[in-house]
Design a binder for this molecule. Structure first.
Ligand code: UGA
Length: 430
């Protein structure tokens, strides 16, 4: 039976790949998903989902008939003409984007005028055009190339797929492939920006860099609020009411984490440097974020005098709620610094413990938040999971040895914490 919608291939079954696959399957496309990781494909074939993302397991389950998982690119090529590339582009030791996985996919592409490579992976500006040149050199010049950057956020990825602020489709050919990609997204009713490949690539990098800048900016304002007696929550509210600024991404905290901001800000800074431009602002954005991750250590030291021998509980490990992703998580820096200061660190995360153990096998991950709180001299809210916001502070106070509660996300009910006889300190609340 003919599929109701254009079938697609998705190469790389990480967060972006799986969400794209599930999202397009929901819209009615057959999706041929490919990954080189046999164990991951086996897991998906069994109907299990290797990552935690709200709604993803359900979306994959309800589209079992439309989703095809394989380690063979040939199957995707046989089943679909649009081949979405969503493989990782992690930072190299030098901080640039490592394009080896992308180039391996390019290598596997056919010399076919019937197919298009649709780049979803975040790549440095200029990558698309060099891939097109490379394809031409290899006699595969007939293959179409489209840049279609992804803007989804972990934790709300499926919603972001369904209701994007915009869809960006870049091509340099004005060919069939960009039309077909635009058509695929049309049912979402989102604003569509058709542009050239280099601009599409830069839109992605500039968006992430701007969001990271917004966070580092409000974190610096928070730090000044602490010195001057202002309250960053009030300041962010007032600043965010200016429509030119907007209220989003003005939450001060213990720094941004995740793989994307860390990687993309650094990649954009280096991309600029490699082309002879010193992107000063981004250097500061990165530095402010690194220092912000460490500020909790000085807050604790000030309140506990010395951290040596103190028991510190971390509430949350993931870089934000609703994900098990530990890449770039502020908890990694915090736990390492506290341990280096001689503290005993115990942590609990509802979802990310397994991932955290892979990165920090020495960290004492507990089975419940109560275990972390019991006997702690101080606790730190690292990730604003709802269950931490709903804690019974009287019970917390009775269970802790000390009184210090550091709210690294300004998400707790400060009045309730204080009413329980605990010492509350947020970020930027002077
Ligand atoms: C980010 C972008 O928001 C997405 O648009 C983009 O597609 C994605 O990177 C990517 O390039 O793949 P993500 O990393 O999933 O998404 O998460 P965000 O919700 O943006 O949060 C990133 C970090 O910033 C988290 O640690 C969060 O706690 C922190 N944050 C966010 C703040 O500290 N303050 C804020 O006001 C907002």
């Amino acid at each position: 039976m003919k599929a109701a919608r254009e079938p697609i291939g998705v190469i790389g079954t990480g967060y972006v790949g799986l969400v794209t696959a599930a999202g397009f399957a929901d819209l009615g496309s057959d999706v041929y998903c490919v990954d080189i990781d046999e164990a991951k494909i086996d897991t998906l074939v069994r109907g299990e989902v290797p990552i935690y993302e709200p709604g993803l397991a359900e979306a994959i389950a309800r589209n079992r008939d439309r989703l095809h998982f394989s380690t063979s690119v040939a199957e995707a090529i046989a089943g679909a003409r649009l081949l979405f590339v969503s493989v990782g582009t992690p930072p190299t030791y030098a901080g640039d984007a490592d394009l080896s996985a992308v180039l391996a996919v390019v290598d596997a592409m056919p010399a076919s005028a019937e197919h298009a490579l649709v780049m979803k992976s975040t790549v440095p500006c200029g990558t698309g055009r060099s891939i097109v040149r490379m394809l031409a050199r290899e006699g595969k010049g007939a293959l179409s190339y489209v840049s279609c950057p992804e803007f989804l956020k972990e934790g709300t990825a499926l919603e972001d797929f369904k209701c994007p602020d915009r869809v960006v489709v870049g091509d340099d050919e004005d060919g069939w492939a960009a039309d077909a990609v635009s058509e695929l997204y049309a049912p979402l009713g989102a604003p569509l920006l058709r542009t050239d490949v280099a601009s599409a690539e830069m839109i992605k990098l500039a968006s992430n860099a701007f969001l990271a800048t917004k966070i580092s900016f409000i974190n610096e304002i928070a730090n000044v609020c602490e010195e001057t007696g202002a309250n960053v929550l009030e300041v962010a509210k007032g600043v965010g009411l200016d429509q030119r600024i907007g209220p989003k991404f003005l939450s001060a905290g213990i720094g941004y984490g995740g793989s994307c901001f860390t990687k993309d800000v650094s990649a954009l800074k280096l991309l600029a440097a490699n082309s002879g431009y010193h992107f000063q602002l981004l250097g500061s954005v990165i530095e402010v974020n690194e220092l912000q991750k460490r500020r909790v250590v000085s807050k604790l030291t000030r309140r506990l005098e010395s951290l040596a021998g103190k028991r510190i509980g971390l509430l949350g490990l993931a870089f934000k709620p609703n994900t098990d992703d530990m890449r770039g998580a502020s908890s990694l820096v915090l736990a390492a610094r506290l341990t280096a200061e001689g503290a005993t660190v115990r942590a609990f995360d509802p979802i990310a413990t397994e991932e955290a153990r892979k990165i920090m096998p020495e960290l004492d991950c507990m089975g419940s938040v109560e275990d972390v709180i019991a006997g702690a001299d101080a606790i730190v809210l690292v990730t604003e999971w709802p269950q931490f916001l709903a804690l019974d502070w009287e019970a917390v106070a009775a269970s802790m040895s000390g009184k210090v509660v550091i709210d690294g996300r300004n998400a707790l009910d400060a009045a309730a914490v204080r009413a329980a006889g605990l010492e509350y300190e947020g970020i930027g609340i002077g």
